[in-house]
Design a protein around this ligand. Structure first.
Ligand code: ADP
Ligand code: ZN
Ligand code: ZN
Length: 743
């Protein structure tokens, strides 16, 4: 009998598979195995089974164990193979990095049993001494909900297990096992009567559910996109295949913060279909359990963030990506994939539809949905996206907010706020309505400045300035985390008159407190919301009308509904209008639309006031008219002229090292090899990165620009192996970013 040779993918930075003998194990494709590699035991995945090897068979080692849960199915292999190729990333690392942590460990994939807890019927709370703080907190949690899960308890205290054991002993609490795919409780959620545009969108999508077809569902916040997803998915999920297996759907969301709301809505409306979520706030055992439920086909709906685009789902019949323009779909290290592009490839490979939803679609998507490229044979075969538009807000009398610019030249700001904005805040306060002030900078002030010599406090490790955090009397680098005390005198000239310059969330909060002493003000940024419950607690306070003014960063911009919020003030965003980053305008528009969407969502009209020195800027004109379409068309025109994506394709070769000379040598040698390759790709000279130094590393980059993805890939296929083989390539940290979002 010929030997069975397993081709194994390992999580090592070497771009190939490794041959091992099966060692008598009954091994199948997609199984996890344990192998000895360079003196260590590693987890690997069987990618192919053969009876041949390029190595002498007698020298091959046998695998030391096989875990026989079949894990990676062949469509997933196909997808990851594509990604490894397209992103030029080792297949083994790509494969293994998409698995839940527990599956990357050398253990069988048995998921631990999960429990939830509830109060017993005649629980006698008096048995717990008021001094037992953790137990009291558990009781409060248990009283507020029917059942509380392990991960919810774990958020309350690290010693929750001990407290729960004691409560169980006292017969106050009972535990019962829960499974990942518990069906949702049926609720009496009502289905709204759809408007004409919604009906049309649903009809279009449902007419073509058995083929690859990308759709853009374009509609402002509140226009009823989620309702459209729900009704489409209802139909898709109800279909069974010939074997009686029910369909699965994957719903991608940009951020963990947005999953609870969507999850609640899906659970109430699609309660007959088991649902799991996949995101990084889950405990590792929940994550494993949910992943296994998805890959076994038991979970019918998977709601997840970026990484979940790779979750094996044997019956996947549709992909929905909400807020498709969101930058967090792009992975910024390791395999630098964009979940939108991966989802698109996955849908194509499976021959299923994919719906991208947004109020401000990415220009990439907008281009695909509005431009049928002419006279290019190749691109004409590319599937044109269907464009589905929801132009109005779905709920009657929930009008879109009025948007005004406050010209800071005419109404000069004092401590960062113009009198017009303060007056508007005052009015809301009198009417007991809520306001939100949006400023995308946390801390007290962006710089510490010496009035005598103009010195500003720099980060010693990055080419960046230190941000003043006054309450902690510290200066912090928001890029590398460096912290130091605020100096009493200027280190450069000795002057003692050092001033924080500019505005950020903390300072604005302080200013407002002085101007409007009766207002109840809350700040929302990464510093104030550093524990997991803080944001949820704050949102509850806002809903209970315990807060008048919210001051915050983009954390506040997304997805939260505040029915009594009627004013949004936007401060200090002018920097983005004239930024060197060609995507800044697109991003700013999306961000402003999103914050504007917070105002007046119920039956109260909302108002958005933007403080700016450029009230006539085209971006604001489009925003006032809430006309993203024409703004996007204009941007596209610009991109075409400038030869920027999506009208062409970029890749970025980045390198960094302790000494700049190494970076320079590496990039120059890399370019030298490239010169010998025949290509239509434009290869630019090396330049310093926008952030020249980061965490004490000197950085530089080379931009590649091509008219087609194929041309770019042809070059890289030849270039990358040669680059990897350069001796200097091991002395610098370098990476390749295909379709980069940051420069
Ligand atoms: P989006 O996802 O575009 O922000 P939603 O689907 O969340 O919009 O809809 C916004 C609100 O309008 C929700 O409260 C939803 O229940 C409601 N809604 C959606 N469609 C309709 C409709 N046809 N009639 C009445 N209310 C609707
Ligand atoms: Zn000075
Ligand atoms: Zn720094």
């Amino acid at each position: 009998m010929p030997p069975v040779i397993l081709k194994i993918a390992l999580d090592v930075p070497i771009n190939r598979l490794f041959d091992y003998l099966s060692g008598g194990f009954n091994a199948q494709l997609g199984n996890r195995v344990v192998v000895s590699f360079a003196g260590r035991n590693l987890i690997g995945i069987i990618v192919a089974i053969s009876n041949q090897s390029d190595y002498p068979i007698e020298k091959l080692k046998a695998v030391s164990n096989v875990f026989d849960e079949v894990l990676i199915d062949s469509p997933s292999f196909k997808l990851l193979n594509f990604c490894a190729d397209y992103y030029h990333y080792p297949l083994g690392q790509a494969l293994i990095s998409t698995l839940p942590l527990r599956l990357r460990q050398i253990k069988p994939a048995v998921s631990r049993k999960m429990f939830a807890y509830r109060l017993t019927e005649n629980a006698d709370m008096a048995l717990v001494s008021p001094k037992k703080v953790v137990m009291q907190l558990m009781l409060t949690a248990l009283q507020s909900k029917q059942e509380v899960t392990e991960s919810e308890l774990a958020l309350i205290s690290a010693t929750w297990r001990k407290a729960i054991r004691e409560l169980t002993r006292l017969n106050i609490v009972t535990a019962y096992e829960v499974t990942a795919v518990k069906a949702s409780l049926p609720t009496s959620a009502v289905e709204p009567t759809l408007n004409v545009e919604q009906k049309k969108a649903i009809k279009c999508v449902l007419a073509l559910t058995h083929n690859f077809k990308p759709w853009l569902l374009y509609g402002v916040t509140g226009s009823g996109k989620t309702e459209v997803y729900i009704q489409i998915l209802q139909r898709v999920l109800s279909e069974k295949n010939a074997q009686g297996m029910g369909a699965q759907v994957l719903v991608l969301v940009p951020e963990i913060n947005l999953t609870p709301q969507l999850e609640a809505r899906f659970r109430s409306r699609l309660s007959q279909f088991p649902l799991v979520t996949l995101h990084s706030n889950l405990s590792e055992s929940e994550r494993l359990q949910n992943w296994l439920a998805a890959s076994s086909g038991a979970a019918k709906i998977v709601i997840g963030t970026r990484l979940s685009v790779f979750t094996p789902m044997p019956q996947l019949k549709m992909i929905v990506m909400d807020e498709e323009h969101d930058g967090s779909y792009k992975q910024q290290d390791g395999m630098r994939y964009h979940a939108r592009d991966v989802a698109m490839v996955r849908a194509k490979q499976l021959n299923i539809p994919i719906i991208l939803g947004s109020a401000t679609p990415s220009l990439e998507t907008w281009f695909n949905a509005t431009n049928q490229p002419a006279d290019d044979q190749k691109t004409q075969q590319k599937q044109q996206y269907g464009l589905l538009t929801l132009a109005k807000r779905a709920v009657e009398n929930a009008a879109l907010p009025d948007i005004y610019c406050i010209d800071v030249a005419k109404s000069p700001t004092e401590n960062g706020l113009s009198p017009l904005l303060v007056k508007a805040l005052q009015e809301r306060l009198t009417k007991s309505e809520q306001s939100l002030l949006f400023i995308n900078r946390r801390g007290y002030a962006p710089v510490l400045h010496c009035n005598a010599c103009q010195w500003v406090a720099p980060c010693t490790r990055c080419s960046a300035r230190l941000v003043v955090h006054l309450s902690q009397k510290r200066l912090k680098c928001h890029h590398c985390g460096l912290e130091q005390k605020i100096p009493l005198q200027c280190p450069s000239c000795g002057n003692a008159d050092m001033r924080p310059l500019g505005h950020a969330t903390q300072r604005l909060e302080q200013t407002l407190q002085t101007l409007l002493p009766s207002a109840r003000i809350a700040r929302v940024d990464r510093d104030s919301m550093n524990n997991k419950n803080a944001l949820t607690d704050l949102l509850t306070q806002v809903h209970n009308q315990e807060i008048d003014i919210l001051v915050g960063t983009q954390m506040l911009a997304k997805g939260h509904d505040f029915p009594n919020l009627t004013l949004v003030g936007v401060i200090d965003l002018d920097g983005a209008l004239y930024s060197p980053d060609f995507r800044a305008g697109e991003r700013l528009f999306a961000q402003l639309m999103q914050v504007a969407g917070r105002a007046g969502r119920a039956d109260k009209a909302g108002q958005v006031l933007i403080q700016t020195a450029f009230p006539q800027h085209a971006l604001f004109n489009a925003l006032r008219a809430q006309d993203y379409a024409s703004f996007a068309d204009e941007l596209l025109q610009e991109r075409r002229v400038m030869q920027f994506p999506p009208t062409c394709f970029f890749a970025l070769l980045r390198a960094e090292a302790n000494h700049f000379s190494l970076v320079g040598q590496f990039l120059n040698q890399a370019l030298k090899i490239a010169n010998d390759i025949k290509t239509d790709v434009m290869i630019y000279d090396p330049i310093r990165s926008q952030m020249e130094r980061l965490k004490s590393m000197e950085r530089a980059q080379v931009l590649l620009q091509a008219n087609t993805r194929a041309a770019l890939q042809r070059l890289l296929k030849e270039w990358m192996p040669k680059m990897r083989a350069l001796p200097i390539a091991t002395k610098v940290r370098w990476s390749l970013d295909i379709d980069p979002l940051e420069f």
